[in-house]
Every structure is written in structure tokens, then in C-alpha cells.
Design a protein. Structure first.
Length: 133
């Protein structure tokens, strides 16, 4: 089965903009979302989001290691933002039966990644989609 996968780390907040997160962390994001930029009357997206993204052909556990490696220098700043009400999440997205995917099945998180997530008070969210239908 072919699997296309990628991951990203996001800091989300209703009160703190991606620009302010960038200034506070001293690190530029790969992608941002601005609260209400798609639909102001419905507040979509519902939060500002500052994101570091890894897309590539590597196994997802290797992608996660590289992503967390990029974030390691700003981990204390991430935790400070979380302590002030922001939400931190490591998002893993996997598409099964994807025409451009690789032959990957399982994946794991290393002790270093688990420690980073715990120290940053970050959640892990995994979305998996079956495209065979």
C-alpha cells in the first residue's frame, strides 16, 4: 500500500497573531493562518496559526525528527506561549492508497521527540485517510 505523509508543528491562538509569535520566538514560520481571513463573519479560520512544516518522501518518523530538530532552539518560547494560552500541536497527516505515496506503514516517536512534546506541553494529532474508495 502506498502512503503519502507529512507533518507540521503549529502554535495556535485566538489572541496572539502569527506575526507576534514569530517576533517572540525569533523564528520565521513556513506557513501561517490569520484568524478570520477566509470568512470574517464566521471567524474562519477560528485561530491564528504559526506553522513549521515538513513535506517530503522521507518516512514520517524521520520527518518528525527533523521538524523537532528545527524547533529545539525555541522550545522554551513555545512553552511560554502555551503557558499564556496558546495551543501547541504536532500534526501528522497520512493518506493511504495515494498514487504518489511510498511503501510506508508503521512509524514511531523517539524518546527525544516525546520529551520535546512533553516539555513544550504540545499535543499529538494524527489524521489518516484511506483513498482507496
Amino acid at each position: 500500500m502506498k502512503v503519502h505523509q507529512y507533518c507540521y508543528f503549529a502554535l495556535k491562538s485566538e489572541a496572539v497573531s502569527a506575526a507576534e509569535i514569530t517576533a517572540r520566538l525569533g523564528m520565521r514560520p513556513d506557513e501561517v493562518l490569520v484568524l478570520g481571513s477566509k470568512s470574517p463573519e464566521h471567524r474562519v479560520p477560528r485561530m491564528h496559526s504559526w506553522e513549521i512544516v515538513y513535506r517530503g518522501a522521507d518516512p514520517v518518523d524521520d520527518q518528525i525528527e527533523r521538524l523537532i530538530g528545527r524547533l529545539a532552539p525555541v522550545r522554551p518560547g513555545i512553552r511560554a506561549l502555551v503557558d499564556e494560552g496558546a495551543t501547541a500541536v504536532l500534526q501528522v497527516v497520512r493518506y493511504f492508497h495515494h498514487r504518489d505515496g511510498g511503501e510506508e506503514f508503521g512509524w514511531h516517536l523517539s524518546p527525544a521527540v516525546l520529551a520535546f512534546l512533553a516539555e513544550a506541553a504540545a499535543a499529538l494529532d494524527v489524521d489518516e485517510y484511506d483513498l482507496s474508495e
